[in-house]
Every structure is written in C-alpha cells, then in structure tokens.
Design a protein around this ligand. Sequence first.
Ligand SMILES: [Zn+2]
Length: 146
Amino acid sequence: MYGLFSSKRAALEAMRVLADQHRLCYGVIGLEKLSPNKPCFRFMLRQCAGACCGQEERAAHNARLQTSLQSIQVQCWPFPGAIALVERYNDEVQMHVIAQWCYLGSVLEPRDGQALARQAAGFDADGYKILCRPILGGQAEIIPLW
Ligand SMILES: [Zn+2]
C-alpha cells in the first residue's frame, strides 16, 4: 500500500512527481493514454526515458518505478501486538496504547493497557500519520503489551 492521500487528485499528483523525478513514462504507469507505435510527449522533451517506445527496457523502467514507490510506501505495523507509547512530563507518566497505528486509549500502568490492547484495532490513517515518525524513529519509549 502506498501513500495515504486525501484525494485521487493528490495521489495522481504524487505519481507525476515520482515520474518526473525518475524519468518514468506517464503512459506506461497509466497517467496518460499512449498512442500505438508512438513515443509519449515527455519522451520528446527527454523527461521520459523511453519505456513507451522501446528506448528503455520495461524491466528497467519497472524497477525504477518500484524503487520510487518505496518513498511513499505505507509502513506495516512493526510489532506482533499492541504497544504502550510512554509519555513522561515531569513526574507524570502516561501510556498511550496503540495497535495497528490505531490509538486505543491512555492508561497509567502497563497492566491497564492489556485490557485496552485486546480491543480490535483497524487501520487508522490519521493515527498512522501522527504516530509513524515517533514509533519508527526509535526515540520514543515503547512498552510491548503482547
Ligand atoms: Zn514515455
């Protein structure tokens, strides 16, 4: 899964940006229709490496596409179960229980988080956007709850 875009238009714009950065063909990746036996317009501008007209191997084009998509790939939940994200402020400690990027609630003790962790968690796009960096960044204090 790639992106998390607010609209189809935003997703298409992200694909255009990737195509421009990596000289991918708009036609081959489905952003434009290709005319049979004709290179795309961007090939003539040297913005497409030529996968549309045989100037570039499709395999090489597709490998660049896969590489470029990694930059917008949604990260899988990296834990076998729920976690508590520990927040400390002076002497106060709060633990935010999270599973599958979904915030389930806050508790004061890890054992209280176990009950919350048993709730079914679906994927939460807003949670993902907020939590991805602190959880994957390796600087947050995390307690596994599984
Ligand atoms: Zn092209």
